[in-house]
Structures are given as C-alpha cells and as structure tokens.
Write a protein that binds this ligand. Structure first.
Ligand SMILES: CC(C)(COP(=O)(O)OP(=O)(O)OC[C@H]1O[C@@H](n2cnc3c(N)ncnc32)[C@H](O)[C@@H]1OP(=O)(O)O)[C@@H](O)C(=O)NCCC(=O)NCCS
Length: 298
C-alpha cells in the first residue's frame, strides 16, 4: 500500500468547490462513473459546507480521480459521534491502476485525522478496497410489520424542494431536526437530505403541519415504506399515517423505529451489495439492529 502513485500529467487540488469549472468536473466524473447527477445541489443550497474534496486534474480540466470528506455528525447507540463521511470516490478508466485512489484515500484519511474526527464512515460496493485502511462493515436492517391504526385527521401537502417557500421550510426543519433514531441516525446532514430528494423520483415528501413534520415515504402496493421523518420532535407512526391520510396494510421503516411508538421485525438489508463501513471507535458494533436512513445516503 506504499508505492507512490503515477501522477504524470496531473495536478493535485484540494478544497476546490469554489471553482465552478472544477465543481462541474466533479459533477461530470460522478455522472460518468455512477450515473448520478449532483448538479441540482447548486440550486439547493450548494454542497455541504464542510466538504473537503481531494482531486487529481488533467491539463484540460478533466477530473481524473477524486475522493471527498465531509462532516457527518452521527448518533450511534445513543451517543453523538463527531464523524466524517467519505464520498464521491472515483477514478476515470484511463487513469485507473496507477495508485491514484490510494493517494486520494491516504490524503483524505490524513485530513480527517488532523480534524480530530472520532470515526469515518462510507458506503461502498467494494468493501475490500477499504478494509486495508481499517474500515469494517456495519450490518444494516430494515423493519417491517403491520401498520398501526391511523390517528388524527388527514391534513398534509406535497413539498417541492425547488419551490422557494418549501425549500425554506425544509431548511428550517433540517436545522432543528431530532435524529430519527437513537440507534443509528444522522444528527445533521442537510445537503445529503436535499440531494437525495432529487436522486430517487419515487420518494414523496409530505408536510404535515399539525405535527409539524416532513415525511419521506413511498408506497409499494399495500406497504408504506418510511424513509425518514424530519421534525424537531419525532411523532408516533399512527399520527404520521393519520396526517398522510393513508391506510397501508404494512410498514417498512428504513431506520430503527425506536421513536415511532411502533415495532417492526428487523430484516438484513443488502441494497445491491452496498456496505456501510466505519473506521474508528475501537471496533464498536451496533447495540441493536439499525439502518441509516436512505435520505442520509452519501
Ligand atoms: C475502485 C477505483 C476507485 C480504484 O481506483 P484506482 O485508481 O484504479 O485504484 P488504485 O490504483 O489507487 O489502487 C488502490 C488499491 O485498491 C485496489 N483495488 C483497485 N480496484 C479495486 C476493486 N475493484 N476492489 C478491491 N480493490 C481494488 C488496488 O489493488 C490497490 O491495492 P494496493 O493499495 O494494495 O496496491 C476505480 O476503479 C473506480 O473509480 N471504480 C468505479 C467507482 C468505484 O468503485 N468507486 C469506489 C467505490 S465507492
């Protein structure tokens, strides 16, 4: 793991998001590598302010290799953890196999060490890529069971993050949110929530004013899939169903429902072989089955 990278013809840049052309080069790299478009993030408040990208650029401005770190305060086993996330890790095919990813990984981990983060987390479908650096997989579980009887009157409206008033409402709730679970949740990660509203067109965002809460959910036949609850105080599931005006047969919660006044059976989740990995915290494991909400995906 110690051979120097072949960086012939490339220039290293760190913390380059203020340069619009360099940002566009990252949007292009992620589009070409993963088929996702993070461009809309610029209309939704911009990238996470704590982001620290590490990239190797070719002479024509193409981003050949990148890895970004950012702060993602977490709740794990009821404890607040000052964690960093690693995201946007990719190397364009012509530059692979030259040690560039090892180089940006080392730089990102060194930076995290200087910032004093207690732990580093990431998502990947290539766990073997990160195990040599001490990352380990935390198993994820979703929770399913019969739906409770809805409580209260239906009074809700759809939220469009592209609408300025709705965007302000989301920003306010994102700043004041209670972690959706004590077992595993983000304490704060507004930029990820906002971009995730754009990446899955099936996710509905609904505001229930009387709670008040924004619910991220989907319907799959008679099953309501609950992705996240954005509220200063997490309401019971029965009140969420009442507010939404829906009567599903089943619920699948994509986070541990320890604040919802409802229990579901945990089921192991492996979304296309994706691993949620963590480094640090002396080998800490989850006390109870849990899952990080997909609205916190990065
Ligand atoms: C995976 C990827 C980032 C590797 O980039 P790269 O610049 O070719 O990697 P490097 O040459 O720096 O190799 C770094 C190490 O990773 C290993 N490696 C490379 N590809 C790997 C893979 N697919 N699985 C496991 N290990 C891999 C290398 O053997 C090397 O090991 P070493 O340090 O012991 O020598 C690149 O192939 C890529 O962008 N793939 C598509 C997107 C992706 O998978 N991103 C990362 C996962 S989130």
């Amino acid at each position: 793991m110690s051979a120097a990278a072949d960086t012939t013809g490339l220039t290293f840049r760190q913390d380059y998001f203020a340069d619009h052309a360099a940002w566009r080069a990252l949007v292009s790299l992620l589009h070409d590598t993963f088929g996702i478009d993070i461009g809309p993030l610029m209309q939704l408040g911009g990238p996470d302010a704590t982001s620290m990208p590490f990239g190797w650029f070719a002479g024509d401005g193409t981003l050949a290799a990148n890895l970004s770190a950012f702060a993602v305060p977490l709740l794990i086993n009821g404890r607040r953890i000052n964690a960093a996330g690693l995201q946007s890790g990719a190397v364009r095919p012509p530059w692979r196999g030259r040690g560039l990813y090892r180089d940006v990984t080392t730089k990102a981990l060194d930076w995290c060490a200087t910032q004093g983060f207690e732990a580093i987390v990431l998502y990947t479908d290539k766990a073997a890529l990160y195990e040599p650096y001490g990352f380990r997989t935390l198993p994820m579980h979703s929770f399913s069971g019969d739906a409770p009887v809805p409580l209260g009157a239906a009074e809700c409206r759809s939220i469009d993050p592209g609408n300025p008033d709705d965007f302000a409402l989301l920003q306010d709730l994102l700043a004041r949110r209670e972690p959706v679970s004590d077992a595993l949740a983000v304490a704060s990660s507004p930029a990820m929530f906002l971009i995730n509203t754009q990446l899955d067109p099936d996710v509905r965002l609904t505001f229930i004013e009387q709670l008040p809460a924004v619910i991220a959910w989907k319907l799959d036949g008679g099953t309501l899939i609950l992705l996240d609850v954005l509220a200063a105080s997490i309401p019971p599931l029965a009140a969420i169903l009442g507010g939404l005006g829906v009567r599903p047969d089943r619920i699948e919660a994509l986070f541990r429902p320890d604040k919802l006044g409802w229990n579901g059976e945990p089921t192991p989740v492996s979304a296309h072989g994706t691993h949620f990995m963590i480094r640090g915290l002396d080998g800490l494991a989850l006390d109870a089955p849990a899952m990080l909400s997909p609205m916190a995906d990065f």
